[in-house]
Design a binder for this molecule. Sequence first.
Ligand code: SLL
Length: 277
Amino acid sequence: MAPPVGKRVKGVQVFRPFIYGTTAKPFDEKTNPKPAGVPDDHTHSWTVFVKGIDDVDIIYWLRRVQFKLHESIPNHVRMVEGEKGKPFIVQETGWGEFEITMKLYYVPESGEKPQTLYHHLRLHPYGRTEEEKEAMRVNGEGVISWVYEEQIFNEPYEAFYDVLTSGAMPNTTTTTTANDKRGGKGGKGGGGAKTKGGDKKEDGPKRSEGGVLEHSAMIPLLNRPGHPFSRETEQLEIKKLKDALVKVEDMTKKLADDLKKKEERLQQLKRQEAGEA
Ligand code: SLL
């Protein structure tokens, strides 16, 4: 694809959070009955998806996603075009787990080449304990295997930068998905989109606290059912890492102390040996 005309915005990185993953449910007469025509050996219904945090549209930067499924599945290469108000999603049924290849195609004004992601379709919960297994089951949604990811656009073309940063305003009159705010009042940098190293103007209407808006790079403050990625999750992960670091430092200190003791003992033995000789 020919690169878009125009200059790149130097020194600017724009990142856009998104989620991808799979959700699977075993067939069950009461909660998930097997539809007519589904082969006898199929045990689960499942979906694979790419979508925005809090279900905001990401089609302003992501145009289509190609999902490559296991070859045993009829028509196993599926191209899904971005549609307003919908995630990029494939729904299937089957019996086995496998690796799914997802190729992300960006909007033409980005000038970006497609990028490939790999994800394991998880049908069965796994874990060392029952609690760990249970943690993989989300209420009514079955077994989830979801990944939080950030798409970084390095020095985007000016036109694409405008697309990325327009909008991101709280919409008081209509629902977010029903209204395309691209090319709206936002203007360059207007919505307070998070750019690293770029100038950031905070004028314009006030943004909702922790709410995720279209064209924004915001991450919600708190988790909600079905939306496990938030600042809250991030803080928990940071705490886990900090705790792990303290543990590693303790272990390192202990090893160094042990080593020192062994060195001393060795010197002592050497002296003894020299004395005896
Ligand atoms: C396994 N390596 O042996 C994996 C392969 C393939 C899963 C899993 C077929 C669905 C259909 C299906 O579920 N394939 O017939 O449409 O476990």
